[in-house]
Write a protein that binds this ligand. Sequence first.
Ligand code: GRF
Length: 179
Amino acid sequence: MIGVLVSGNGSNLQALIDAGLPITAVAANRKDAYALIRAREAGIPAATFGLDCHASREERDLMMATWLEEHEVELIVLAGYMHLLTPPFLRRFPDRIVNVHPSLLPAFPGAHAIADAIAAGVEKTGVTVHLVDEGLDTGPVIRQEAVPVEPRETLEERIHAVEHRLLPQVVEERLCLAR
Ligand code: GRF
């Protein structure tokens, strides 16, 4: 079973849903994440774990981990989740948390990877799916695919198309390994 963490639009969540993967829980760090609507429309239990309702990030993460375990989650997917996870959460799911990032890591970590690649003038960027550790977009790479920067007007769209193909493939493989 898969738990997906989201913060925003949730197009990667939608790709996982459309691939028929067994998602049993979707958790967001913000109530207004459109991804929560996608989860509810697919009939998947969804909950918000905002920092405003918890004394610390650690406490929030522990409550979220417990909720995910209650939903029998074996693998966690960060699909546009914009908070770093604290060590207590990471220890609950060792080697079972994957993230999708819109660059060829270690190049261009952080929240503005596509704009940063354009600004740097590189010829190619891409998509990385990797295991999550304590760092910002660090952790062992599972799979990468390059995407040419030009034409830059369509770069974001082309990167998302690769994400939506690559992430479900990797998640399916990792789910098998997690069992
Ligand atoms: C994606 O580009 C993902 O790589 C990055 O955040 C974006 C999330 O998009 N981590 P969405 O919410 O899945 O549409």
